[in-house]
Ligand binder design. Structure first.
Ligand code: SF4
Length: 328
């Protein structure tokens, strides 16, 4: 059963300056479903629209970001809810935290640098429950214990903690209300490899204990390989390939996915890896036709003018490339 259904979503950053309107087409016609209890990964280079997609589907839409089209429907135990149709920010805020939670990029954007960590937990819990001090302590202690974090962190200021510990606390804070679905945006960015492993283990632990659904955004394909059940690859505001992680890693179909996978180091292979040639396009004026055509080694004439749809290849593997049209 799908807990989240995103349909034809278009989310643009629209600015008006000196009489000129500029639209950054960060999410441009994206559709996908996330099944209950799965870990769904979203991959792609920086600037491909994956963080904007997370903001839009978690209802964090503030100018200049605007939703132009599409729907984002949640199914919480049979109760269907279109978050974009909720006009009241209070209602959206209530939904976030209790039903869905966003672990944003960068722990310092969540933890207030001039307040002790405890205050951040108080803000979250007291916004949803009327608790006595003892009840507050019991709830937080239990959650921290389950995640292997010490109660003493509650008395610290964020700057007194390492980057890895801050990120762990941010994750603990985002999951204390046991949300049905968690969105994690680049949760291991700016951490060294050893600390990254600890953060990935922590996310796995929470998922196992709370039995929630996880949508994980990262450019790091090794994390997707480690954690995710299914993966969507984004390029220039669109999903270009989607399927089970094992299938995408063993038989990638889209030239962009193949390019990304070829740039990864391989065990026992010391030959130099080639990074993806070229750079992602501007989302203000994305290329016509297939947006990948300026970088694609297999570009055909029609790719310059026609935009390929996602084609179902079987077993839920979908690819947006004209090369796959005959191989369905
Ligand atoms: Fe390359 Fe054309 Fe396929 Fe786009 S549609 S990925 S340009 S072959």
């Amino acid at each position: 059963m799908a807990i989240l259904e995103v349909k034809d979503l278009k989310a643009y950053y629209i600015t008006h300056r000196y009489g000129r309107t500029t639209s950054v087409k960060a999410v441009d016609g994206v559709s996908f479903k996330v099944e209950k209890d799965e870990i769904y990964g979203i991959a792609g280079e920086s600037g491909c629209g994956k963080s904007t997609l997370l903001k839009a589907i978690s209802g964090l839409v503030k100018p200049p970001l605007q939703i132009l089209e599409g729907g984002v429907t949640y199914n919480f135990d049979g109760e269907r809810l279109n978050i974009l149709a909720l006009n009241d920010e209070k209602q959206r805020r209530k939904l976030r935290g209790a039903r869905l939670s966003l672990v944003p990029q960068g722990s310092m954007s969540v933890l207030n640098p001039v307040r002790r960590v405890r205050k951040s937990f108080e803000d979250v819990l007291y916004a949803h429950f009327d608790l006595s001090e003892q009840e507050f302590e019991d709830v937080v202690r239990k959650h921290l214990d389950a995640l292997g974090l010490d109660w003493t962190v509650m008395h610290t200021y964020p700057h007194q903690l390492s980057g890895g510990m801050r990120q762990r606390i941010t994750i603990a804070l985002s999951t204390i209300l046991k949300p049905d679905i968690i969105f994690a945006d680049e949760p291991t960015t700016a951490l060294d490899v050893v600390v990254q492993r600890g953060v990935v283990q922590l996310i796995k632990k929470i998922k196992e204990e709370q039995q929630n659904t996880l949508v994980l955004v990262t450019h790091d394909l090794s994390i997707h390989a480690n954690l995710c059940d299914r993966l969507a690859v984004m390029y220039a505001g669109k999903i270009v390939e989607e399927g089970e992680v094992d299938r995408i890693f063993s038989t990638p179909k889209h030239p962009y996915t193949i390019m990304l996978l070829n740039s990864l180091p391989k065990l026992g292979d010391s030959s130099p890896r080639s990074s993806a040639p070229g750079a992602p396009p501007s989302l203000v004026n994305p290329p016509s036709g297939c947006r990948f055509h300026p970088r694609c080694p297999y570009v055909m004439e029609r790719c310059r003018t026609e935009s390929p749809d996602l084609i179902e290849m079987g077993n839920g593997h979908r690819v947006a490339c004209f090369l796959e049209e005959g191989s369905k």
